[in-house]
Design a protein around this ligand. Structure first.
Ligand SMILES: Cc1cc2nc3c(=O)[nH]c(=O)nc-3n(C[C@H](O)[C@H](O)[C@H](O)COP(=O)(O)OP(=O)(O)OC[C@H]3O[C@@H](n4cnc5c(N)ncnc54)[C@H](O)[C@@H]3O)c2cc1C
Ligand code: SF4
Length: 328
């Protein structure tokens, strides 16, 4: 490990100022991703600014029905929160499907949103990787890409976003509150992570020095009947090959409202807007669910070793929606 300095900021503004003043500084939260990447030589910050004490670690019900999750809330605390379990069960399920007890006890809401891809070449400094070293090439296209993207990728990068939590947040139209040198701004979760394009080194739309301070969940009644299904090679300690967060509202056998987001298929949590549009007003049955999944996946461009993800994503969407309508 290379030497680095460590500082604790007094408040969010001080953390932002410290990061802005030092070109090779990084925010440190639970450290479960950043410190691993430092050990591998992938991240080489000279200053770590500890932000665990400068943002809220509370989950607050706002007067208008929204729920505000502080950036420092630990993944285990968020998954265990009674209001989250009752109002947004897919979010609690997504968190519990990630990592392990020990990791979830340290990992924070802000850090989870910012975790880097698990592409093996990104983590191996001896290999070309446009995300780690822009312009160096992409070893994954011709190499090991079984777990990588089928939607929205580019010639530059086919990586996937590894977060489970972010998939549920995307389905529920969460909003990320960010404090930066220019003040506070809000970013829709679905716009927070980027597709790779020509700049795969940029995972999100955050500007230098911007600190996530909270995530807001809107009041969304159908979210109370939601589910997260994660398909992976092992039932624990493994990232998603495909995952689905979904909520559905059905009246008289007809879909009135629906939310679907996919994980493990793209550089960002993939909100399935085409599938949702196909389903609104359709009958709530397996055939409709399959047609909606097909509409979403028609744009898939799998690589040779991850073509299995297309039928897997279809089946996971259908099964998750069926589970939801059958549990009524
Ligand atoms: C073995 C293993 C298995 C895992 N399995 C899963 C899994 O199945 N599913 C899953 O979703 N995750 C999984 N994870 C990842 C884990 O969820 C993340 O490591 C964790 O959520 C990161 O949170 P953290 O607080 O530790 O972030 P850190 O490691 O402290 O930081 C991560 C990044 O976020 C930035 N950052 C932190 N806080 C902020 C903030 N407030 N504003 C702006 N930037 C910030 C840091 O600068 C850094 O770049 C796994 C991790 C490990 C080690
Ligand atoms: S897929 Fe992206 S992260 Fe993986 S090697 Fe290619 S450029 Fe790097």
């Amino acid at each position: 490990m290379r030497p680095f300095r460590y500082e604790r900021a007094d408040d969010a503004a001080a953390a932002v100022a410290l990061l802005t003043a030092e070109p090779r500084a990084a925010f440190l939260a639970g450290g479960t991703n950043l410190v691993d990447l430092m050990k591998l030589g992938v991240e080489r910050p000279e200053l770590l600014v500890d932000v665990t004490g400068v943002t809220s670690d509370g989950i607050e019900a706002l007067p208008d029905g929204r729920v505000r999750i502080g950036a420092a809330v630990r993944n285990s605390d968020l998954a265990a929160d009674a209001a989250i379990r009752a109002r947004y069960p897919a979010l609690a399920q997504a968190l519990l499907a990630g990592a392990t007890y020990q990791l979830r006890n340290l990992a924070t809401t802000g850090g989870n949103l910012m975790q880097r891809t698990r592409c093996v070449y990104f983590q191996d400094v001896t290999k070309p990787c446009n995300k780690r070293v822009p312009g160096s090439g992409c070893a994954a296209r011709e190499g090991y890409h079984r777990g990588l993207a089928i939607l929205g990728h580019s010639q530059s990068c086919v990586a996937t976003n590894p977060s489970d939590m972010a998939v549920a947040l995307a389905a529920f139209d969460a909003v990320v509150r960010v404090q930066g040198p220019a003040g506070v701004r809000e970013i829709a979760l679905t716009e927070f992570h980027r597709l790779p394009g020509h700049e795969p080194q940029r995972d999100t739309v955050l500007e230098r020095g911007e600190l996530i301070v909270a995530v807001d969940l809107p009041a969304l009644s159908i979210a109370a009947r939601s589910r997260y299904r994660k398909v992976r090679d092992r039932t624990s300690y493994a990232f998603a090959l495909v995952s689905v967060a979904a909520a559905i509202g059905v009246e008289d056998g007809v879909v009135r409202d629906v939310r679907i987001a996919l994980g493990g298929v793209a550089h960002k949590p993939w909100r399935a807007t085409l599938a949702e549009a196909k389903l609104r007003g359709a009958s709530a049955c397996e055939d409709s669910f399959g047609r909606a999944a097909d509409a979403e996946l028609a744009a898939a461009e799998p690589l040779p070793a991850n073509a299995f993800k297309v039928p897997l994503a279809r089946a996971t969407i259908v099964r998750t929606l069926l589970d939801l309508v059958e549990q009524r």
